[in-house]
Design a protein around this ligand. Sequence first.
Ligand SMILES: Cc1ncc(COP(=O)(O)O)c(C=O)c1O
Length: 387
Amino acid sequence: MSPPEGLQARVAARLSALREARLSRTLRAPRGIDLCSNDYLGLSQHPLLKARMIDAASREGCGSTGSRLLRGERECFSQLEQRFAAFKATERSLYFSSGYLANIAVLTTFPEAGDVIFSDECNHASLIDGIRLSPAKRVIFPHRDADALARLIVENRGEGQAFIVTESLFSMEGDCAPLTDYAAICRATGASLVVDEAHAVGVCGARGTGLIEAAGIGRDVFVSVNTAGKALGTSGAFVAGPSWAVEFLVQRARPFIFSTAPPPAVAAAIEAAMTLVASEPERRHRLSELSQTLRSCLADRGLQVAPGTSQIVPIVLGDNERAIAVADALQTIGFDVRAIRPPSVPPGTSRLRVAVNVGLTEATLERFAEALAEAVRKTSRCSAVFS
Ligand SMILES: Cc1ncc(COP(=O)(O)O)c(C=O)c1O
């Protein structure tokens, strides 16, 4: 068999194994009521963002034409970065074309051989991949377990630098890291705290800057990663931190250096999103109210909801088949929710990741909770998801 045919056969076998394990995905455009996107504040469709983006595109063109260190640099990027740094109360920030790349950049630029990275077991794939690419030793700690983390640091700490890596609001669990405890561990051990604020920025904290602000631990954080593709309704991500760290990223971070800069018009849309986060706090307050409503509606119907108050509400169903069946049933009646399966979540914990956004109403959430309870009941082999 010639190599290409051999490769094709191997890929066909892999695809078939995915289908058999009910792990095969389909690309499905949005259809129905949005209960799964990360557009928590509804900004992706906001007229101000659209107008600013269109205006900037007519001025700046569509593409940036090069990497930031070559002809892709624009004043709008550095202005936006200054504004974002002020927003996060850090010295400086650097804008990347995606959160995935920003995490890879942080974790492949700072940790060196001889260092140790301590990573929450539920961290996002972009953090996991960054850690895998780094030459540092990695130690996984149990989800949100500050005591276990402190013990592991004592057991595994070598001569090198220690890094603690965590999401602040977890993307698949909807719960929050004990940031205050981690900050204390960092003060006691000299470890550097890296916080991925992907799902918290724009949503949490009095000014909507994230959970670092809410926990009041800004001084104890080394760098944070803040995506713009979720609550900020656009795309890309900012690494925010001290000037010396950001300067090192500019000089050394390969995802920054070896990639075309994002379209400049996106910067204009992000500016608009930041203006709205500052001037319309009622958006995040409404999100919090609606999240509470959904959580109560589900609990009222006997569905087990992970503790928490956030807009991310996971309904853990267990096996892949069941998660797909429940998602299909809900999609058929007009609710856009998706089954989340491994490797996005650990095997045996397939789930619906319900995400609330401010475009929803209490009445819709009631209807959805009813339909979800019904769909879960119909696929029930055991009552594990009912409390
Ligand atoms: C916690 C977390 N970090 C990083 C990312 C990656 O961000 P982006 O989608 O901008 O690449 C995601 C995206 O889902 C995420 O959930």
